[in-house]
Ligand binder design. Structure first.
Ligand code: GLN
Length: 193
């Protein structure tokens, strides 16, 4: 199985690579559009700030490629946010895969959320065999609003979409690669889709 990890200079590709290796898969870290296009699965990681990350994506022409992909694609954290319509972070237009806007948590809570929180209302094959209210690791100041594409929810300041799916596109706000055994199970489920 060929799993491409999109390398656009704004992703935590190494921890994703290690988490795949623990599952017996050697990921291909690449920004080569042909390699990504012909892979069996695509992981779109991301850490950092949306505006500069989107610029890096555009500089490498990956903003045009990603929406055309037909194989399963998993956006992680900032990767998921960039697949949405828009994020308030830097007033950044997203790729518009998910019909969702990304907003900033209010100042009623400590921002960014850093640490473990539960995911619940689990749907989709991504969470097969995963119990409700499992703890996952999160680091973020912005969140995707709940919509009909929501396949998991988390509550911090507000109830928000901690996972999204539309057709072959999946997104998770949490870091499965940093969420222990349950995180590995979610990645294994993605690889089986
Ligand atoms: N860890 C991250 O990359 C966070 C993504 C985004 N900057 C947010 O704060 O929500």
């Amino acid at each position: 199985m060929k799993v491409a990890i999109i390398d656009y200079g704004a992703g935590n590709v190494q921890s994703v690579l290690f988490s795949l290796e623990r599952l017996g898969i050697t990921g291909i870290v690449t920004n080569d559009r042909e390699v990504i296009k012909h892979s069996d699965k695509v992981i779109f990681p991301g850490v950092g700030e949306a505006e500069s990350a989107m610029k890096k994506l555009k500089d490498s022409g990956l903003d045009v490629l990603i929406p055309t992909l037909k194989q399963p694609v998993l956006g992680i954290c900032l990767g998921m946010q960039l697949l949405c319509l828009h994020t308030e972070e830097g007033n950044t237009q997203g790729l518009g895969i998910f019909d969702v806007v990304v907003k900033r948590f209010s100042n009623q809570v400590k921002v960014p959320q850093v640490g473990w929180n539960t995911i619940y209302n689990l749907q989709s094959p991504l969470f097969e065999g995963i119990n409700e209210n499992e703890y996952m690791y999160l680091v973020h100041s912005y969140y995707a609003s709940v919509s009909n594409e929501t396949i998991a929810r988390t509550n911090y300041d507000v109830e928000y979409a901690s996972a999204l799916q539309r057709e072959n596109f999946y997104g998770v706000q949490f870091h499965p690669e940093k969420s222990g055994k349950v995180g590995s199970q979610i990645l294994a489920n993605f690889l089986k889709i």
